[in-house]
Design a protein around this ligand. Structure first.
Ligand SMILES: Nc1ncnc2c1ncn2[C@@H]1O[C@H](COP(=O)(O)OS(=O)(=O)O)[C@@H](OP(=O)(O)O)[C@H]1O
Ligand SMILES: Nc1ncnc2c1ncn2[C@@H]1O[C@H](COP(=O)(O)OP(=O)(O)O)[C@@H](O)[C@H]1O
Length: 526
């Protein structure tokens, strides 16, 4: 059979006001077909503004689009948000624990819709902005969201059905749901098995995809599947944490219910849970390392679990986990999730006045690490950074802030890839140093070294003649003379190079890194 395509007779450009169209007039066997397509836009034509979402906002949007936040289908308006804050309920009385809102620049709030993009600039959704509102000096959009296209995108999409599809799969039986943020070890698995058995329920595990190793957490949860009841479904959710623990637990219950749970396993008392809450039973480990209801294990035979601290210490040092604690498959994924400190990346940030000795010490530590440590080392020193990464920036407070935060961004990337970043900017502002700390600690260690050589000594050294120029008024905004330096209150190490040799100072930095577990001991360093 031959496809019938319209025979185009004519193509006429038409302009009305600001918009232009090309109108195609085509003949078919019966009658005439007229279609139009917009071909140009002009400055006066309204195109929805774009709002680029951060990770948390993107997670909210994905959950809204997946139906995981039912009954919500979009961002809350002013009154609903206030009602949720006040009473944990929407205006119509239905329970909902957390105000899901989206702030936008004030100038965008008047638009009927906004495109919502991820950090790479890909459109993810569109919000129909029915009732914009303002509070606390910010402007918010409010209204339903819809996907920007057929591709739902997002991390581990193949494992994440929509909430409706998950409900359909689990319908017709009790389902015990739980949101988890860490791997399931033997005790937790035993709790789940006990509760599921007593309810005659299937199990729905929702790993919470948080942080830089979200995919590994999902792998770790999947690694426990052989030990879980046979009717277990795992659906990862990009659910960010709420600062209120009670609201967060209730939100988890709502999300579990949206994906099909009829009961939620939780240690907390959830006041407005949409489904019944089941508390985990008290279990004890017996002499044969089985996790059994505590009352069935004689007190003298009861053995405990690892504390969080003990687990962290074992993981930090790379020691193996006891076989009673977890299975080899979960232990392997747990180690990927939390590698030994010596395999993680870290950042050393030297801060201090010009001439304090930052670069000298940074180079000394770099050389030692390069000789003895297996990590790749990146030195982000002031002059080189300013010539390349931060070309064009000056020494105003804003430019220094940009400079230091850019260094932080690169250092975080280095840490993410398991390397060592050594940074040596003046970094005079506490807020910028804190921002760097936060960026880096997502991926690895952060050590702040204040090179606290007194101004008088730095000025005496005046290696580049800059202090002299600053004193003569020839150089403006010079740190310590005509621009501020905020002394760190949170330094991990304070070094005054007028009192130590550079070799001693380098050793003290290395000793601290060793003490914290970031590097191993090594022999002769000379
Ligand atoms: N106004 C003013 N204030 C301070 N420093 C100045 C200034 N103008 C130029 N220089 C030279 O630039 C180096 C400091 O750059 P940084 O990128 O480390 O500074 S900051 O962290 O952005 O404040 C600094 O290098 P160091 O001496 O290695 O610290 C100076 O050589
Ligand atoms: N104990 C010490 N540690 C570091 N530098 C020292 C020391 N004693 C003298 N200096 C000298 O002080 C100067 C410090 O310069 P530099 O390392 O470039 O400082 P900054 O990077 O903080 O501006 C160098 O000339 C260095 O040789």
């Amino acid at each position: 059979m031959r496809a019938t395509s319209p025979h185009i007779v004519r193509c006429i450009p038409v302009t009305i006001g600001a918009a232009s169209w090309r109108v195609r007039i085509s003949s078919r066997s019966r009658g005439v077909n007229v279609s139009a397509e917009t071909t140009t836009t002009s400055a006066t034509e309204v195109r929805p503004p774009i709002r680029v979402l951060d990770r948390g906002e993107l997670a909210d949007l994905e959950l809204l689009l997946d139906g995981a936040f039912g009954p919500l289908n979009g961002y809350l308006g002013a009154e609903d948000a206030a009602a949720v804050r006040r009473s944990g309920r929407l205006l119509d009385g239905s329970p909902w624990p957390v105000p899901v809102t989206l702030s936008v620049p004030a100038e965008d709030a008047a638009h009927a819709s906004l495109e919502l993009h991820d950090a790479e600039g890909a459109p993810v959704g569109v919000v129909e902005n029915r009732a914009p509102w303002s509070a606390w000096g910010r402007t918010y959009v409010a209204g339903p969201v819809r996907p920007a296209g057929p591709d739902r995108g997002g991390t581990l999409r193949a494992l994440r059905p929509s909430a409706a599809a998950s409900r359909r799969r689990l319908t017709g039986r009790p389902v015990l749901g739980l949101v988890v943020r860490s791997p399931l070890h033997s005790r937790r698995i035993a709790e789940i098995r006990h509760v599921a058995e007593s309810l005659g329920a299937a199990v729905l595990v929702l790993p919470r995809m948080l942080g830089p190793r979200a995919e590994t957490l999902v792998e770790a949860v999947l690694a426990a599947e052989p030990e879980l009841p046979s009717e277990t479904v795992v659906v990862p959710v990009p659910l960010r944490e709420n600062s209120s623990h009670a609201c967060d637990e209730t939100l988890c219950a709502h999300v579990a219910a949206a994906y099909g749970a009829t009961h939620v396993l939780s240690g907390g008392e959830l006041e407005q849970s949409p489904i019944p809450v089941v508390h985990p039973p008290e279990l004890a480990r017996d002499a044969r390392n089985r996790w059994l209801p505590a009352e069935t294990v004689p007190p003298e035979q009861r053995r405990g679990d690892l504390t969080d601290r003990e687990l962290t210490d074992l993981l930090d040092t790379g020691a193996s986990l006891p076989s009673w604690f977890t299975t080899p498959a979960v232990a392997e994924q747990q180690a990927r999730l939390h590698p030994p400190l010596r395999n993680q990346g870290f950042t050393l940030l030297f801060t201090g006045l010009s001439g304090a000795g930052k670069s000298t010490l940074a180079r000394g530590v770099r050389d030692e690490l390069a000789r003895h440590d297996r990590r790749a080392v990146s030195l982000l020193d002031g002059d080189v950074v300013r010539r390349f990464l931060c070309e064009g920036l000056g020494f105003s407070a804003e430019d220094r802030s940009r400079n230091v935060r850019r260094i932080g961004w690169v250092a975080a990337e280095v840490a993410r890839h398991g390397g060592a970043a050594i940074c040596a900017p003046i970094a005079p502002y506490a807020a910028d140093r804190q921002a760097v700390r936060e960026m880096v600690e997502v991926y690895g260690g952060f050590v702040l070294v204040h090179v606290a050589t007194p101004l008088q000594e730095c000025e005496r050294r005046d290696r580049k003649g800059l202090y002299l120029r600053a004193r003569c008024g020839d150089l403006r905004e010079f740190t310590g003379v005509t621009a501020p330096y905020e002394s760190p209150q949170d330094a991990d190490l304070v070094l005054d190079t007028s009192e130590t040799t550079s070799g001693q100072a380098v050793d003290r930095v290395l000793d601290l890194l060793r003490e914290r577990g970031w590097i191993d001991a090594w022999g002769d360093r000379r």
